[in-house]
Design a protein around this ligand. Structure first.
Ligand code: SF4
Length: 176
């Protein structure tokens, strides 16, 4: 008896590992079981994307905005780290499996799908919180994060049109 569902949900890294988030923020200890429970119960497999921020800046990075990440070298980084996932998605599609969707994290400068964060004004970290160039400048706006934008473009170039969905943690952008 074949048990496999032939259905796969692609998830942003921190849905399966909230330890990747900017310190010290995380809504759960590790896995967002609340978000994923129904998929798991339905037998949907999970394919975990890499965390572009962790891979680029490590675990001691500051929370940053979309403008700070949106530059050619970071986009190239996103393309290169997502390549193995894209190849796996392609392989599943080629074999007739269903990619249920790609689930990002709304509010993130990288993994936001419907909502991302802007607000860079320059300055030094020492100014954070003073309302001049730091946290008070942050704002949530409709839009896609850099990583999800790059991933979508790569998939579309390959003729893969997969629906993007997102979790909304209801946090400010630097939680992602
Ligand atoms: S939402 Fe943030 S912490 Fe989560 S995978 Fe994306 S970049 Fe990494």
């Amino acid at each position: 008896m074949m048990l496999r569902s032939r259905r796969v949900l692609v998830v942003c890294h921190c849905l399966l590992n909230s330890n990747a988030k900017v310190q010290p923020l995380a809504k759960v200890g590790g896995v967002h079981a609340d978000v994923l429970k129904n998929y798991i119960d339905d037998g949907v497999g999970l394919l975990q994307l890499p965390c572009p921020e962790l891979a680029y800046l490590g675990i001691n990075r500051w929370g940053m905005t979309r403008e700070q990440y949106d530059h050619p070298n970071f986009r190239s980084h996103c393309e290169s780290i997502s390549a193995p996932s894209v190849h796996q998605i392609e392989a599943f599609v080629q074999a007739g499996y269903e990619i249920v969707g790609i689930m990002g994290m709304d509010g993130s400068p990288n993994c936001g799908v419907n909502r991302t964060c802007l607000g860079y004004r320059g300055g030094e970290v020492a100014g954070l919180g003073d309302g001049g160039g730091g946290r008070n400048a942050l704002r949530m706006v409709p839009g896609t994060g850099v990583f999800m934008e790059v991933l979508r473009a790569v998939l579309e170039n390959k003729g893969l049109r997969i629906s993007f969905l997102a979790v909304n943690e209801g946090n400010p952008c630097d939680n992602a």
